[in-house]
Design a protein around this ligand. Structure first.
Ligand code: ZN
Ligand code: FE
Ligand code: FE
Ligand code: ZN
Length: 264
């Protein structure tokens, strides 16, 4: 029984399709549960790819509506929250605004004005060595893990999205983040979104996942769907990957409590 907990809504202004269409796709894909997790609002206007500060009630209403029309099919309420130093209290504030099933932590920003996955900011990559960007990214990821704000963490090596990777073994970049995740007792996503990007690879890379498995870090499969047909996208590949690395259980969440689910 597979779940997909990382699914967006058009409120973030770069996803398409109604919540009902995402739900239909989840059922057709044979999922046992699905969850919405749109990009969190910031206290004021912040960037052009999230709901506005006043949109949270609409988001909650959209998910509530999807729930009531889905009958028995479980729909979870989540939020993908950007981790940015200085906004910890804002995340604590958001945590109190609803009965969340989970909060996903994500690093998109390695510094205040650079969201490294934003194609409009590709020119920024020319300004500094790839190695430095990778170090900044994973340092932020480790701090996010230690922040205690989240239930699980999104797309662990998103920094590879555009296929920009340092040469050789990447374990040194991963290590501190993996340690921080394990020490915090957090789970991570195995996200098929990377397969749809220039990286052409699941987030995280197999090497990262092997290190995570060694440290007993639990995982969830996710699609990061921004259109209905992306729900459960290539979960066959993600399932094979986690099995191959040695995982025998995945996680579900309800009211911010993890629920292990055995996989074959
Ligand atoms: Zn998005
Ligand atoms: Fe994200
Ligand atoms: Fe997302
Ligand atoms: Zn995402």
């Amino acid at each position: 029984m597979l779940f997909d907990y990382h699914i967006h809504t058009p409120l973030c202004r770069h996803a398409v399709g109604t919540p009902a269409e995402y739900v239909r796709q989840a059922r057709e894909a044979g999922l046992g549960e699905m969850g919405f997790s749109d990009h969190n609002p910031m206290p004021t206007a912040f960037d052009d790819w999230r709901m506005g500060p006043e949109d949270l009630p609409r988001y909650l209403a959209l998910v509530e509506e999807a729930k009531s029309s889905a009958g028995e099919f479980p729909i979870r309420l989540g939020l993908e929250c950007d981790y940015l130093p200085g906004y910890e209290d804002h995340v604590r504030f958001l945590a109190k605004q609803a009965d969340w099933d989970y909060l996903i932590g994500a690093v998109h920003y390695v510094e205040p004005h650079w969201d490294i996955d934003n194609p409009a900011k590709l020119a920024k990559w020319e300004e500094r060595p790839i190695e430095e960007v990778w170090r900044l990214y994973f340092a932020a990821y480790a701090r996010m893990a230690a922040s205690g704000l989240f239930d699980f963490l999104a797309h662990p090596d998103l920094v590879k999205k555009f296929g920009k990777k340092p040469p050789g073994d990447l374990a040194d970049y991963y290590r501190d983040a993996v340690d921080a995740i394990a020490d915090a007792g957090l789970a991570i996503e195995v996200s098929t979104a990377g397969l749809r990007k220039e990286a052409r690879e699941i987030y995280p890379a197999k090497r990262f996942l092997e290190m995570a498995h060694r440290r007993h870090i639990p995982v969830l499969l996710s699609s990061d769907a921004h259109r209905p047909e992306e729900v459960a996208y290539r979960f066959d590949l993600a399932f094979d990957l986690v099995r191959e690395v040695g995982y025998r259980r995945l996680l579900g969440f309800e009211r911010r409590k993890p629920i292990p689910v055995a996989i074959g």
